[in-house]
Design a binder for this molecule. Sequence first.
Ligand code: UDP
Length: 328
Amino acid sequence: MKILITGGAGFVGSHLADKLIGQGHEITVIDDLSTGRYQNVEHLEGHENFRLIIDTVLNDKLMEELIRETDRVFHMASAVGVRLIMERPVKTIETIFRGTDVVLGFCSRYRKRVLVPSTSEVYGKGASVPFREEDDLLTGSTDKHRWAYACAKTLDEFLALAHWKETRLPVVVVRLFNTVGPRQTGQYGMVVPNFVKSAIKGEPLTVHGDGNQSRCFGHVLDIIEGLTAVIENPDCFGQVINLGNAEEVSIRSLAEKAIAMTGSDSEIRYIPYEEAYGEGFEDMQRRVPSLDKAKRLVGYQPTRTLEDIINDVADQFHREIKAEAAMA
Ligand code: UDP
Protein backbone atom coordinates (compact mmCIF):
# COMPACT_ATOMS: atom_id res chain seq x y z
CA MET A 1 0.00 0.00 0.00
CA LYS A 2 1.03 3.62 -0.46
CA ILE A 3 1.03 5.47 2.83
CA LEU A 4 1.55 9.17 3.49
CA ILE A 5 2.82 10.20 6.91
CA THR A 6 2.72 13.93 7.58
CA GLY A 7 5.19 14.82 10.30
CA GLY A 8 6.92 11.52 9.57
CA ALA A 9 10.32 12.80 10.70
CA GLY A 10 8.91 13.50 14.12
CA PHE A 11 9.06 11.31 17.17
CA VAL A 12 5.89 9.22 16.67
CA GLY A 13 5.74 9.57 12.88
CA SER A 14 9.24 8.19 12.36
CA HIS A 15 8.52 5.07 14.46
CA LEU A 16 5.38 4.60 12.40
CA ALA A 17 7.44 4.91 9.20
CA ASP A 18 9.82 2.21 10.48
CA LYS A 19 6.99 -0.17 11.22
CA LEU A 20 5.18 0.37 7.91
CA ILE A 21 8.36 0.10 5.84
CA GLY A 22 9.04 -3.18 7.67
CA GLN A 23 5.64 -4.41 6.51
CA GLY A 24 6.55 -3.71 2.88
CA HIS A 25 4.50 -0.54 2.33
CA GLU A 26 5.59 2.42 0.22
CA ILE A 27 6.05 5.35 2.53
CA THR A 28 6.08 9.05 1.76
CA VAL A 29 6.99 11.37 4.60
CA ILE A 30 6.30 15.07 4.43
CA ASP A 31 7.90 17.07 7.21
CA ASP A 32 9.05 20.68 7.47
CA LEU A 33 11.58 19.67 10.14
CA SER A 34 10.22 22.32 12.50
CA THR A 35 9.98 19.95 15.43
CA GLY A 36 10.83 16.78 13.47
CA ARG A 37 14.47 15.81 12.96
CA TYR A 38 16.21 14.51 9.87
CA GLN A 39 18.17 12.05 12.06
CA ASN A 40 14.90 10.26 12.86
CA VAL A 41 14.53 9.07 9.26
CA GLU A 42 18.11 9.23 8.04
CA HIS A 43 18.39 5.44 8.25
CA LEU A 44 15.43 5.09 5.85
CA GLU A 45 16.85 7.33 3.12
CA GLY A 46 17.90 5.22 0.15
CA HIS A 47 15.34 2.51 0.97
CA GLU A 48 13.44 1.75 -2.25
CA ASN A 49 10.07 2.16 -0.53
CA PHE A 50 10.87 5.41 1.24
CA ARG A 51 10.57 9.01 0.10
CA LEU A 52 11.18 12.10 2.21
CA ILE A 53 9.76 15.45 1.17
CA ILE A 54 10.84 18.45 3.20
CA ASP A 55 7.91 20.81 2.98
CA THR A 56 4.92 21.96 4.96
CA VAL A 57 1.44 20.46 5.06
CA LEU A 58 0.20 23.98 4.40
CA ASN A 59 1.47 23.65 0.80
CA ASP A 60 -1.95 22.94 -0.74
CA LYS A 61 -0.78 22.07 -4.21
CA LEU A 62 1.75 19.52 -3.02
CA MET A 63 -0.62 18.04 -0.46
CA GLU A 64 -3.27 17.54 -3.10
CA GLU A 65 -0.82 15.59 -5.27
CA LEU A 66 0.42 13.47 -2.38
CA ILE A 67 -3.01 12.64 -1.03
CA ARG A 68 -4.44 11.87 -4.46
CA GLU A 69 -1.83 9.18 -5.06
CA THR A 70 -1.88 7.53 -1.61
CA ASP A 71 -4.02 4.83 0.04
CA ARG A 72 -3.73 5.96 3.67
CA VAL A 73 -2.82 9.17 5.47
CA PHE A 74 -1.44 9.39 8.99
CA HIS A 75 -1.58 13.10 9.80
CA MET A 76 1.12 13.19 12.48
CA ALA A 77 2.33 16.74 11.72
CA SER A 78 1.62 19.04 14.65
CA ALA A 79 3.08 21.54 17.04
CA VAL A 80 4.08 19.56 20.13
CA GLY A 81 5.20 20.07 23.70
CA VAL A 82 3.98 22.37 26.43
CA ARG A 83 7.08 24.54 26.23
CA LEU A 84 6.57 25.26 22.52
CA ILE A 85 2.90 25.93 23.08
CA MET A 86 3.65 28.47 25.80
CA GLU A 87 6.38 30.16 23.76
CA ARG A 88 4.77 30.09 20.28
CA PRO A 89 1.00 30.17 20.79
CA VAL A 90 0.19 31.67 17.37
CA LYS A 91 2.19 29.09 15.46
CA THR A 92 0.69 26.31 17.58
CA ILE A 93 -2.88 27.23 16.79
CA GLU A 94 -2.20 27.92 13.12
CA THR A 95 -0.22 24.79 12.30
CA ILE A 96 -2.58 22.49 14.11
CA PHE A 97 -5.82 23.74 12.72
CA ARG A 98 -4.80 24.86 9.22
CA GLY A 99 -2.75 21.71 8.64
CA THR A 100 -5.62 19.42 9.59
CA ASP A 101 -8.03 21.44 7.47
CA VAL A 102 -5.83 20.96 4.38
CA VAL A 103 -5.35 17.24 5.01
CA LEU A 104 -9.01 16.48 5.71
CA GLY A 105 -10.16 18.58 2.75
CA PHE A 106 -8.11 16.56 0.25
CA CYS A 107 -8.83 13.24 1.98
CA SER A 108 -12.48 14.05 1.61
CA ARG A 109 -12.13 15.03 -2.05
CA TYR A 110 -10.23 11.83 -2.94
CA ARG A 111 -11.95 9.53 -0.39
CA LYS A 112 -8.81 8.45 1.47
CA ARG A 113 -8.57 6.78 4.86
CA VAL A 114 -7.04 9.16 7.34
CA LEU A 115 -5.99 9.11 10.96
CA VAL A 116 -6.01 12.36 12.94
CA PRO A 117 -4.16 12.31 16.25
CA SER A 118 -5.55 14.38 19.06
CA THR A 119 -4.35 14.51 22.62
CA SER A 120 -5.29 13.75 26.21
CA GLU A 121 -4.84 17.50 26.76
CA VAL A 122 -8.40 17.91 25.47
CA TYR A 123 -9.74 16.41 28.72
CA GLY A 124 -8.18 19.43 30.42
CA LYS A 125 -9.01 19.75 34.07
CA GLY A 126 -11.61 16.98 34.00
CA ALA A 127 -11.59 15.09 37.27
CA SER A 128 -13.52 11.90 36.51
CA VAL A 129 -10.58 9.55 36.25
CA PRO A 130 -10.13 7.50 34.09
CA PHE A 131 -10.95 9.67 31.10
CA ARG A 132 -13.48 8.16 28.71
CA GLU A 133 -13.97 9.32 25.16
CA GLU A 134 -17.53 10.51 25.77
CA ASP A 135 -16.62 12.61 28.84
CA ASP A 136 -17.12 16.37 28.91
CA LEU A 137 -14.00 18.39 28.17
CA LEU A 138 -12.99 21.01 30.71
CA THR A 139 -10.34 23.45 29.57
CA GLY A 140 -9.36 26.69 31.27
CA SER A 141 -9.79 30.32 30.30
CA THR A 142 -8.29 31.76 27.13
CA ASP A 143 -5.67 33.84 28.95
CA LYS A 144 -3.98 30.58 29.97
CA HIS A 145 -2.13 29.78 26.76
CA ARG A 146 -1.63 26.14 27.54
CA TRP A 147 -5.26 25.49 26.69
CA ALA A 148 -4.80 26.77 23.13
CA TYR A 149 -3.30 23.41 22.27
CA ALA A 150 -6.27 21.50 23.67
CA CYS A 151 -8.75 23.79 21.94
CA ALA A 152 -6.98 23.62 18.57
CA LYS A 153 -6.94 19.82 18.81
CA THR A 154 -10.59 19.80 19.87
CA LEU A 155 -11.42 21.78 16.76
CA ASP A 156 -9.47 19.21 14.69
CA GLU A 157 -11.65 16.53 16.26
CA PHE A 158 -14.84 18.43 15.45
CA LEU A 159 -13.71 18.93 11.86
CA ALA A 160 -12.82 15.24 11.43
CA LEU A 161 -16.16 14.13 12.86
CA ALA A 162 -17.98 16.69 10.72
CA HIS A 163 -16.42 15.20 7.58
CA TRP A 164 -17.53 11.76 8.76
CA LYS A 165 -21.04 13.01 9.45
CA GLU A 166 -21.52 14.88 6.20
CA THR A 167 -19.79 12.61 3.66
CA ARG A 168 -18.71 9.48 5.56
CA LEU A 169 -15.02 10.33 5.17
CA PRO A 170 -13.19 7.25 6.58
CA VAL A 171 -11.47 9.13 9.38
CA VAL A 172 -10.46 8.04 12.86
CA VAL A 173 -9.39 10.32 15.71
CA VAL A 174 -7.05 9.07 18.43
CA ARG A 175 -6.31 10.83 21.70
CA LEU A 176 -2.71 10.11 22.65
CA PHE A 177 -1.79 10.09 26.34
CA ASN A 178 1.81 11.15 27.08
CA THR A 179 3.55 9.14 24.39
CA VAL A 180 7.24 8.67 25.15
CA GLY A 181 10.24 6.65 24.04
CA PRO A 182 13.44 6.88 22.04
CA ARG A 183 13.80 9.86 19.63
CA GLN A 184 11.64 12.17 21.72
CA THR A 185 13.61 15.29 22.52
CA GLY A 186 13.34 17.11 25.81
CA GLN A 187 13.59 20.39 23.94
CA TYR A 188 9.86 21.11 24.08
CA GLY A 189 9.50 20.35 27.75
CA MET A 190 8.57 16.66 27.83
CA VAL A 191 9.35 15.21 31.19
CA VAL A 192 10.69 11.72 30.44
CA PRO A 193 13.55 12.65 28.09
CA ASN A 194 14.43 15.57 30.35
CA PHE A 195 14.60 13.48 33.51
CA VAL A 196 16.48 10.57 31.94
CA LYS A 197 19.00 12.83 30.23
CA SER A 198 19.62 14.87 33.38
CA ALA A 199 20.02 11.70 35.44
CA ILE A 200 22.57 10.29 33.00
CA LYS A 201 24.53 13.54 32.98
CA GLY A 202 24.45 13.78 36.77
CA GLU A 203 22.54 17.06 36.57
CA PRO A 204 19.59 17.99 38.82
CA LEU A 205 16.12 16.79 37.78
CA THR A 206 13.70 19.69 37.87
CA VAL A 207 10.25 18.84 39.17
CA HIS A 208 7.52 21.45 38.61
CA GLY A 209 5.29 22.09 41.60
CA ASP A 210 5.28 19.52 44.39
CA GLY A 211 5.63 16.51 42.07
CA ASN A 212 2.37 14.93 43.24
CA GLN A 213 0.77 15.46 39.82
CA SER A 214 0.64 12.21 37.91
CA ARG A 215 0.68 10.98 34.33
CA CYS A 216 0.41 7.68 32.46
CA PHE A 217 3.20 7.18 29.94
CA GLY A 218 2.71 5.10 26.82
CA HIS A 219 5.66 3.55 25.00
CA VAL A 220 5.71 4.81 21.41
CA LEU A 221 5.97 1.24 20.09
CA ASP A 222 2.70 0.34 21.84
CA ILE A 223 1.07 3.48 20.50
CA ILE A 224 1.95 2.78 16.87
CA GLU A 225 0.44 -0.71 17.21
CA GLY A 226 -2.76 1.09 18.08
CA LEU A 227 -2.46 3.62 15.24
CA THR A 228 -1.97 0.98 12.56
CA ALA A 229 -4.79 -1.16 13.96
CA VAL A 230 -7.46 1.55 14.11
CA ILE A 231 -6.94 2.86 10.57
CA GLU A 232 -7.49 -0.65 9.20
CA ASN A 233 -10.77 -1.23 11.04
CA PRO A 234 -13.86 0.39 9.48
CA ASP A 235 -15.63 0.15 12.87
CA CYS A 236 -13.23 2.88 14.01
CA PHE A 237 -14.29 5.40 11.37
CA GLY A 238 -16.07 8.39 12.83
CA GLN A 239 -14.80 7.41 16.28
CA VAL A 240 -12.58 9.07 18.88
CA ILE A 241 -10.33 6.54 20.62
CA ASN A 242 -7.94 6.91 23.57
CA LEU A 243 -4.50 5.33 23.16
CA GLY A 244 -1.86 5.14 25.86
CA ASN A 245 -1.08 3.10 28.94
CA ALA A 246 -3.08 3.17 32.17
CA GLU A 247 -0.08 2.73 34.52
CA GLU A 248 -0.08 5.91 36.63
CA VAL A 249 2.98 7.47 38.20
CA SER A 250 3.56 10.72 40.07
CA ILE A 251 6.19 13.03 38.64
CA ARG A 252 8.11 12.81 41.89
CA SER A 253 8.29 8.98 41.66
CA LEU A 254 9.19 9.25 38.00
CA ALA A 255 12.18 11.39 38.97
CA GLU A 256 13.19 8.90 41.67
CA LYS A 257 12.83 5.98 39.24
CA ALA A 258 14.87 7.70 36.53
CA ILE A 259 17.67 8.33 39.05
CA ALA A 260 17.61 4.80 40.47
CA MET A 261 17.44 3.04 37.11
CA THR A 262 20.31 4.99 35.58
CA GLY A 263 22.48 4.59 38.72
CA SER A 264 22.69 8.38 38.94
CA ASP A 265 23.54 10.55 41.93
CA SER A 266 21.55 13.52 40.60
CA GLU A 267 19.45 15.48 43.04
CA ILE A 268 15.79 16.41 42.58
CA ARG A 269 14.96 20.14 42.55
CA TYR A 270 11.47 21.49 42.97
CA ILE A 271 10.56 24.72 41.19
CA PRO A 272 7.26 26.60 40.91
CA TYR A 273 5.36 26.30 37.63
CA GLU A 274 5.74 30.04 36.92
CA GLU A 275 9.49 29.60 36.92
CA ALA A 276 9.23 26.81 34.35
CA TYR A 277 6.60 28.23 32.02
CA GLY A 278 6.06 31.86 33.02
CA GLU A 279 2.74 33.44 33.92
CA GLY A 280 -0.51 32.04 32.67
CA PHE A 281 0.13 28.36 33.22
CA GLU A 282 -2.16 25.74 34.66
CA ASP A 283 -1.34 22.07 35.07
CA MET A 284 -3.63 19.11 35.59
CA GLN A 285 -3.23 16.82 38.60
CA ARG A 286 -4.07 13.47 37.07
CA ARG A 287 -4.54 12.15 33.58
CA VAL A 288 -5.45 8.49 33.21
CA PRO A 289 -6.91 6.92 30.06
CA SER A 290 -9.73 4.46 29.88
CA LEU A 291 -8.52 2.05 27.21
CA ASP A 292 -11.76 0.05 27.09
CA LYS A 293 -12.85 1.40 23.73
CA ALA A 294 -9.50 0.70 22.02
CA LYS A 295 -9.52 -2.76 23.51
CA ARG A 296 -13.06 -3.45 22.39
CA LEU A 297 -12.55 -2.14 18.85
CA VAL A 298 -9.08 -3.45 17.99
CA GLY A 299 -7.92 -5.53 20.99
CA TYR A 300 -5.45 -2.80 21.96
CA GLN A 301 -3.31 -3.86 24.93
CA PRO A 302 -0.06 -2.03 25.71
CA THR A 303 2.71 -4.40 26.77
CA ARG A 304 5.62 -2.09 27.63
CA THR A 305 6.07 -0.84 31.19
CA LEU A 306 7.45 2.41 32.57
CA GLU A 307 10.70 0.53 33.28
CA ASP A 308 10.91 -0.46 29.59
CA ILE A 309 10.40 3.18 28.67
CA ILE A 310 13.13 4.47 30.98
CA ASN A 311 15.54 1.75 29.80
CA ASP A 312 14.88 2.45 26.11
CA VAL A 313 15.20 6.22 26.53
CA ALA A 314 18.39 5.79 28.59
CA ASP A 315 19.85 3.50 25.89
CA GLN A 316 19.17 6.15 23.27
CA PHE A 317 20.92 8.89 25.28
CA HIS A 318 23.87 6.62 26.01
CA ARG A 319 24.21 5.97 22.27
CA GLU A 320 23.97 9.69 21.50
CA ILE A 321 26.55 10.60 24.12
CA LYS A 322 28.92 7.94 22.75
CA ALA A 323 28.41 9.20 19.19
CA GLU A 324 29.07 12.80 20.27
CA ALA A 325 32.23 11.73 22.08
CA ALA A 326 33.43 9.85 18.98
CA MET A 327 32.88 12.98 16.85
CA ALA A 328 34.78 15.24 19.27
N1 UDP B 1 7.48 18.34 34.31
C1 UDP B 1 8.44 18.44 35.31
N2 UDP B 1 9.74 18.66 34.94
C2 UDP B 1 10.13 18.77 33.64
C3 UDP B 1 9.15 18.64 32.62
C4 UDP B 1 7.82 18.43 33.00
O1 UDP B 1 8.13 18.35 36.50
O2 UDP B 1 11.34 18.94 33.38
C5 UDP B 1 6.08 18.06 34.70
C6 UDP B 1 5.04 18.93 34.03
O3 UDP B 1 4.84 20.16 34.70
C7 UDP B 1 3.82 18.03 34.07
C8 UDP B 1 4.41 16.62 33.90
O4 UDP B 1 5.78 16.74 34.28
O5 UDP B 1 3.18 18.10 35.32
C9 UDP B 1 4.33 16.09 32.47
O6 UDP B 1 4.87 17.07 31.62
P1 UDP B 1 5.01 16.89 30.06
O7 UDP B 1 5.36 18.23 29.49
O8 UDP B 1 5.93 15.75 29.75
O9 UDP B 1 3.57 16.43 29.57
P2 UDP B 1 2.12 17.07 29.81
O10 UDP B 1 2.21 18.22 30.72
O11 UDP B 1 1.67 17.41 28.45
O12 UDP B 1 1.36 15.95 30.42
